[in-house]
Design a protein around this ligand. Sequence first.
Ligand code: DAH
Length: 346
Amino acid sequence: MQDLLQKIESYKNEIEAFNSTDNKEVEEFRIKWLGTKGLVKATMGEMKNVPNEQKREAGQILNEFKQFAETHYEALKTASDGSEQQATDIDLTLPGDETPLGSRHPISLMRNQIISIFQRLGFAVAEGPEIEDDWHNFTALNMPTHHPARDMQDTFYVEAGQNAAVDWLLRTHTSNTQIRVMEKGKLPIRVICPGRVYRNETISARSHCFFHQVEGLYIDENVSFADLKQTLYFFVREMYGQDVRVRFRPSYFPFTEPSAEMDVSCFICGGKGCNICKKTGWVEILGCGMVHPNVLQNAGINPDKYSGFAFGMGVERPAMLKYGINDIRLFSENDVRFLKQFTSAT
Ligand code: DAH
């Protein structure tokens, strides 16, 4: 009996020390201890050697030993099943979770397209401030105080404190950047200036109080109106196709002389007349002209030696035409259902 008790004690220690979550090892443990030829059964068999008066006590001890082995086995089994479960939960053949791609804003797409065409002609990109002083937005552009042309652009003025020496405003056009580039004094100049502009206009489907423009400026010796035309011809063909027709109409801007507006044959109806071109067959896309000598002088460039051309175009309208957008407010409402339609657009 004493021998039996000692044996059970050491078996228990051995069982307790066994720990594994490996299915195969746990199964080996079961065969070794709880199998039909296992040690638990063999130990139970030793009952027959126990003297009758101790059988009751020995039976209890043996039963308890058997339970001990079974409980330990159950615990091992649960742990190893769990680990197996975990491994099989992951189906490596399933496609991964989709990470939604962000998309470029349609205004950025259109602006980048315009810029890249002029970059191929050697134009560099220049940017100017959106909060601007009166000089760069108006006066230097040949629009002194009280010039009637200022009324063409309803201006947001910025409260700048009582003793401010100059009037501050939100730029009404990207032409301010012309002056800023010229003031740097590095000639010749060939720049394209994209940016946001602001005007105090009632917000509707067709107009907004902020929108985007791209300005162009070319200054060198002997620049002529023919250079202006060739540059813009190249641009519209790249932008709207080789078959597009172009016409210049005389116009007025204080900062250019002569001034013109450029129309292209309607790229929706091909010139036949539709709602987009108001049945005229033409769509106005930009203003342009030869830089006024006063403007060159205001920016410190000698107008007797240098001449140049400038142009300015809106970004919203061509983007609306290209992507079939009928309300300018959609551009600034940040509705993801609108924006995500341009994920694969160029
Ligand atoms: N600044 C003008 C506007 O906002 C557009 C413009 C016209 C820019 C003629 C120019 C230009 O550089 O030469 O309406």
